[in-house]
Write a protein that binds this ligand. Structure first.
Ligand SMILES: Cc1cc2nc3c(=O)[nH]c(=O)nc-3n(C[C@H](O)[C@H](O)[C@H](O)COP(=O)(O)OP(=O)(O)OC[C@H]3O[C@@H](n4cnc5c(N)ncnc54)[C@H](O)[C@@H]3O)c2cc1C
Length: 476
């Protein structure tokens, strides 16, 4: 039986561990923090007793790997998928409400039907959008596919898209799915989202958890793993990944404990992984050099409790506003006091706001809410709680896809999983789980090479950096 260590207990780590167990491996999952869930978790807000997520997470029908993971651990029914894509919008400039609602038609036709009925777009904008659909579905020499080297806005320029189409549709979608500024983000990543959601059997319906995020997957994944004899340890920080002549041998914990493994899946955030591997094994390898160049983008989530109900919508996209999304938790999860509102206000790619004081951000977003949602104008704020996730996801700047590593690292038996891994998708839950599936398949297939006795080994683990890379060892 293979012994595999998984480092990290977010979506990627937990999904990888379940795949490994299914494949017959003996699994130890190690999570640094006292609780599992990584960047997608929930806690109970002490002041109100309501469950809050560290940030409202949207799923999509096209999250196939994620939905399969939830099926595996038995919680798919806690994720509610829309019958068809339906999103309410408010234009912050005019105060005009509108609704994007796709029809029950196959592929891009469903999106086009939705856009045609979307009153925030002019007919000229709608007709011009056919060009985007054609460029994705039928790329040609005249209209080549979106590349990673052009920005979302550059690509939309190339396809003759108007200011109106960007502000009401493309920019909100790009901000939500890439957590990045359309002026700098990769067109290829954006086109990938459109493709997954609306083309080639895509599924753009939105999904939202009907429970807190930890209840959606963390608690049940842990129970599922433990019921199958996997070891799950929270509060267990890995300090080093142990490597011997280019082959992974296990991990060393911060408290000095060593755990042997025939393969290791590193499911940490991108910024953490290089620090776990001695520089000697990273030098000169583009896989590591790219990883170290990835940067991150913040998301702000303001949980706001108002003394009355202010909307019947589940979610509202706000066009042309520093406030991007209003989620109505009363409609999504069970709340303690249904007579008052629990809203979650979200700002993606929040670089311009994240360094301001919490008081200032709460004031700005509350004022903006009152401005765009008339029913909230006179509502009293009962409680507010701001969560700043500074490193919510990696940035997807044009030209950076090549920095994202693939699962297979240059160290034999060490595989990366996580939303930053190059899956062809932006850094999302689905990217994290797909990379986890890939990493688990690689770990299960991996056969450690038989190494001759290392020259300086005393029989136990050899500290990192003491032995040479395979390329430096003369053939025996
Ligand atoms: C506010 C917010 C909103 C978001 N909204 C959406 C959304 O709507 N839709 C969507 O698809 N995605 C969304 N995302 C992104 C999504 O949360 C991430 O893509 C996903 O959670 C990443 O999972 P992961 O397992 O790759 O990484 P993580 O969740 O970061 O897990 C990595 C784990 O590794 C652990 N770790 C680190 N170092 C060590 C160590 N040395 N030893 C042991 N453990 C270690 C960490 O503590 C962490 O638990 C959002 C993210 C945020 C923050």
């Amino acid at each position: 039986m293979k012994d595999v260590v998984v480092i990290g207990g977010g979506f990627a780590g937990l999904a990888a561990a379940t795949r490994l167990v299914e494949g017959g491996a003996r699994v130890t999952l190690l999570e640094k923090r006292p609780q599992l869930g990584g960047r997608a978790y929930s806690v109970v807000d002490e002041a109100t007793g309501d469950v809050i997520d560290n940030g409202q997470h949207l799923f999509m029908g096209c999250y196939r790997a994620t939905r399969a993971f939830l099926e595996r651990i038995g919680t798919a029914d806690k994720l509610r998928l829309q019958d068809r894509l339906q999103v309410a919008f408010i234009d912050a400039a005019s105060g005009k409400p509108s609704r994007l609602e796709t029809g029950r038609l196959p592929g891009p036709l469903s999106l086009m039907s939705g856009l045609f009925g979307f009153s925030s777009l002019s007919w000229r904008d709608k007709l011009a959008m056919i060009k985007v659909a054609t460029a994705i579905q039928f790329p040609s020499r005249m209209q080549p596919q979106a590349t990673d080297w052009e920005t979302v806005d550059g690509w939309l320029d190339r396809l003759g898209q108007s200011h109106g189409a960007r502000r009401a549709f493309f920019h909100p979608l790009a901000l939500a799915t890439l957590n990045d500024d359309p002026g700098t983000a990769s067109a290829k990543m954006f086109a990938a989202v459109l493709k997954e959601a609306f083309f080639d059997g895509g599924d753009g319906r939105l999904g939202m958890a009907s429970v807190g995020l930890s209840d959606l997957y963390v608690d049940d994944a842990r129970a599922w793993l433990q019921a199958r004899s996997a070891t799950v340890r929270a509060g267990a920080a890995v300090e080093r990944i142990l490597v011997e002549r280019g082959v992974v041998k296990g991990v060393g914990l911060r408290d000095g404990e060593v755990i042997a493994a025939s393969a290791v899946i590193a499911a940490t955030p991108a910024s953490v992984l290089p620090g776990l591997v001695d520089a000697e094994w990273r030098e000169g390898e583009t896989w590591w050099a790219g990883l170290e160049r990835l940067t991150t983008s913040p998301i702000l989530s303001l949980h706001l409790w108002l003394d009355r109900l202010v909307t019947d919508e589940e979610l509202i996209g706000v066009i042309d506003s520093p406030l991007h999304w209003i989620f109505n938790r009363n409609k999504l999860v069970s709340v303690k006091d249904p007579s008052r509102s629990h809203l979650s206000l979200v700002v993606s790619a929040a670089r311009a706001l994240v360094d301001r004081s919490s008081d200032e951000i709460v004031r700005l977003l509350t004022d903006e809410l009152r401005r765009v949602l008339p029913a909230a104008a006179d509502a009293r704020v009962v409680h507010a709680r701001l969560i700043k996730e500074r490193d919510a996801t990696i940035t997807h700047g044009a030209g950076t896809e090549g920095f994202r590593p693939r699962c297979q690292s240059p160290i034999e038996g060490l595989f990366a999983a996580g939303d930053y891994v190059r899956t062809g998708l932006p850094a999302t839950i689905e990217g994290a789980v797909r990379s986890a599936d890939d990493a688990a398949a690689l770990a299960l297939a991996f056969e450690p090479p038989r190494l001759a006795a290392p020259p300086m080994s005393t029989g136990g683990f050899v500290p990192l950096g003491r032995l040479k890379k395979p390329s430096e060892v003369a053939p025996e």
